[in-house]
Structure formats: structure tokens, C-alpha cells
Design a binder for this molecule. Structure first.
Ligand code: ADP
Length: 405
């Protein structure tokens, strides 16, 4: 009898599902893909078999109406079946679900039963943009393979170790408790994976290494990790706090909100949308894609230059703050779309921070590679590294570890 070792990882958004099928015996990525524009008329499914019976078969793409998440998952199941890696296989050990908000209840990956699902649903007010789609994804996957364990892996979980003095906002304690207002942090799966991979890259035990991780994608967050334990992160109650992001403002004086309401006459929903969807790089210069910001800044565009400078300035402030929080930093690690690809951002963040032991070697920093790598000069006091993130692998690992006991 073979031991089931495949894990399907699902990342369900409001109108999209990203997925990967992994065989944890390798681990080997068997297939990856996404369904987008679900329920929006013309949906698109992109599927690529990467290993296993259909390896090398190439990317398949099809468009057509996919009305809801159930149809989307059925379409994914059909693609996987065509590859000979169908979800009805006894090889499927678990389905791992990315769940954005775990509140204070979920600090570990958790096998989903009715009670857990109800609890995830009850957290919707804390993550109204994300948890509803996560719940839907869980419901449809459970309906498809009721016999296979469904595991929730929470974006907030890695940050649950933050000390109270870092997790608390300095507001009235009773009010905070009543409304579950505290700093939760997000991108935890990425921060966990990258901080561990950085220790491996340095050839040192995780427990001995202090790391600052900068996860710079569309959303962006920083974390301070001491010996594998997260002690501080930049996102808070929601993913709005902290760094300048693609479309989010990050930190601002909360009184900006009162001012916009009282003086500008904006509603709460309008302010929410302004700060989450029309701010950050987009708000400052009209583009949220760092590639475009860099191109325009290179052409001398003033607003793009300002956006880049504001983005980098905020990062420097966090690097300085987290150096103080950790006391000793062994590595500053860049990850996600911007962190992995934009050497200009890495260079600009460490510029002028030689006093903190931070520098990059321009040649090493210019190298583009999918591999984890050190980009600081030989003998630097603090290693500066680029570690590509792999949230799907981390979710699969955590889910598999839970069910394969
Ligand atoms: P998400 O948060 O959506 O997972 P990613 O981690 O994929 O985001 O990062 C997406 C962002 O990465 C894009 O918006 C873009 O700004 C940036 N990016 C991707 N490639 C490059 C590149 N070569 N140079 C600069 N920025 C890049």
C-alpha cells in the first residue's frame, strides 16, 4: 500500500482561486494554476502540469463562464484528472487552505471540522475582504473530498508569538478587548518560510539567528524574527498598517481618518477604499507596479521618484526600528515580487546604513536568480540576502505535518 503524500494547496480569493498540487514525498510540485474572474462572465483557467505523468505537457489555458467557486474547483479537478493526478486519488493526503485571519484562537495549522469552520466564519468582521472567500474555498473542497482532511493555515499564525507589548495598541484596554482590537500581522506563512530558509542559507541553526524579513509584494510587510520566533511585524489589526504598499498607505496618523470624515465628508467605506485601494505607490504617482515606478523614475518623472523615495524611506525606518527591537541582527532578507526582483530597492534600503552593518555588493545584488542568495559583501557584519518565498510549499508542509503523524 502506498502512503498518501499529495497535498492540494488552495488560496481562494473573492473572484479567484490559486492552487498547487504537491507531492510531499519529494517534495515535488506536480501542478500549479489559477482560476480568475470567477462569476464575472468570462473566466480564465490557467493550468500547468510540472511533474508526474503529464510533466512537460505545457501550460493549458481556457476561458469561459465559471459561475462560482464550486465550478472553479470542479474545473481544477478536471484538469488534474486529465494529468492523471485527479483529486479522487487515494494519494491525496490533505487539502491545505490559506486562511487570512485566524484571530487569537488559531495560532497553529488546524484540521477543519464544523466548529473550526464556524469559528473562521466568525472572524469575517476582522477580515471582511478575505475570510469569506477562504470559507467558500473550504466548503467546496470539503464537498468534493469529504474523506480527506482539510487543513487551515493562517496568515496571522506566525505572529501569534509577538509579545503583548508589541501586539497591543495603546488604547483603552476594555475597548480593545471588547472588539478584539490588537496587532495580528499577516503574510505569516511567508515570514515563517523565509526566516527559516535564511538561517539555512547562512548555514546556522534557526534558533541562533536573528532576522529582519521584508516581504515586498503588492502588499508588503516587515517582521523581526528572533531565533525562529516572530517578535514584531508591521501589519496590524488589518493588512493596512506599516509599509508603503502598492495601493495601501501603511502607517498614518489615525486623525487623517477623522479629518477626511469631518472636513472631506467621506464615508467610512470611502475612506477604507481610499486607504486600501487608492493609496501607497498608486496614490503617490498613479502606478502601483514597482516596475512601472522604476521606469518612470528613471525617465525623470518627479511623482514616481517621490513614490520610490517614500517607499524606501518607510523601509529604512522599519529596518532601524527592528534593529533596535532585535538588539542584534544577523540577516536582512528581501522576498516577494519587489524584494526578489528589484535590486534598486535593495540597494536604496541599505544606502547610508553602513553604521548598522548593512551594505550590498553591487555585482551580487544585480544577479537575477530564483535561488536564495547573499548579496552583501564578504565579511559583512549583517548578511543581506534574497530568499524567494514559497507560501504554497510552506502551507503544504504544515498541512502534511499535521495529517501524516
Ligand atoms: P502579491 O502580493 O500579489 O503576491 P507579488 O509578490 O507577486 O505580489 O509581487 C507583485 C509585485 O512585484 C508587482 O506589483 C511588481 O510591482 C513587483 N515586481 C515584479 N517583478 C518585478 C521586477 N522585475 N522589478 C520590480 N518589481 C517587480
Amino acid at each position: 500500500m502506498t502512503t498518501a503524500s499529495r497535498v492540494l494547496v488552495l488560496n481562494s480569493g473573492s473572484s479567484s482561486v490559486k492552487y498547487q498540487l504537491l507531492d510531499m514525498a519529494g517534495p515535488t510540485r506536480l501542478a500549479a494554476g489559477l482560476v480568475e474572474r470567477i462569476g464575472e462572465g468570462t473566466s480564465r483557467l490557467v493550468h500547468e502540469p510540472l511533474a508526474g505523468p503529464a510533466a512537460g505537457g505545457g501550460r493549458r489555458e481556457r476561458t469561459g463562464a465559471i459561475g462560482d467557486h464550486r465550478e472553479a474547483l470542479e474545473a481544477v479537478a478536471a484538469e488534474l484528472a486529465a494529468d492523471g493526478t485527479g483529486l479522487d486519488s487515494p494519494e491525496l493526503a490533505a487539502v491545505g487552505h490559506r486562511v487570512v485571519h485566524g484571530g487569537t484562537r488559531f495560532t497553529e495549522p488546524t484540521v477543519i471540522d464544523d466548529e473550526v469552520l464556524a469559528e473562521i466564519r466568525s472572524l469575517i468582521p476582522l477580515a471582511p475582504l478575505h475570510n469569506p472567500a477562504n470559507v467558500t474555498g473550504i466548503e467546496v473542497a470539503r464537498a468534493l473530498r469529504a474523506d480527506v482532511p482539510q487543513v487551515a493555515v493562517f496568515d496571522t499564525a506566525f505572529h501569534a508569538t509577538m509579545p503583548e507589548h508589541a501586539a497591543r495598541y495603546a488604547i483603552d484596554a476594555a475597548t480593545a478587548d471588547r472588539y478584539a482590537i490588537r496587532r495580528y500581522g499577516f503574510h505569516g506563512t511567508s515570514h515563517a518560510y523565509v526566516s527559516r530558509a535564511a538561517a539555512k542559507l547562512l548555514g546556522r541553526p534557526v534558533a541562533d539567528v536573528n532576522v529582519i524579513v521584508l516581504h515586498l509584494g503588492n502588499g508588503a510587510s516587515a517582521s523581526a524574527v528572533r531565533g525562529g520566533v516572530c517578535v514584531e511585524t508591521s501589519m496590524g489589526l488589518t493588512p493596512l498598517e506599516g509599509l508603503v504598499m502598492g495601493t495601501r498607505s501603511g502607517d498614518l496618523d489615525p486623525a487623517v481618518v477623522f479629518h477626511l470624515a469631518r472636513v472631506g465628508g467621506l464615508s467610512v467605506d470611502e475612506i477604507d477604499s481610499l486607504l486600501n485601494k487608492k493609496s501607497g505607490l498608486l496614490g503617490l504617482c498613479g502606478d502601483n507596479d514597482m516596475r512601472e515606478v522604476l521606469r518612470r523614475a528613471g525617465d525623470g518623472d518627479e511623482s514616481a521618484r517621490l513614490a520610490f523615495a517614500a517607499y524606501v524611506h518607510r523601509l529604512k525606518k522599519y529596518v532601524g526600528a527592528y534593529t533596535a527591537v532585535l538588539g542584534r541582527v544577523d540577516a536582512l532578507v528581501f522576498t516577494a515580487g519587489v524584494g526578489e526582483n528589484a535590486h534598486q530597492v535593495r540597494q536604496a534600503v541599505v544606502d547610508g546604513l553602513a553604521g548598522l552593518g548593512l551594505a550590498v555588493d553591487p555585482q551580487a545584488n544585480a544577479v537575477r536568480s530564483p535561488e536564495p542568495r547573499v548579496v552583501s559583501p564578504a565579511g559583512a557584519r549583517v548578511a543581506v540576502a534574497v530568499v524567494p518565498t514559497d507560501e504554497e510549499l510552506e502551507i503544504a508542509r504544515q498541512a502534511y505535518a499535521l495529517v501524516a503523524r
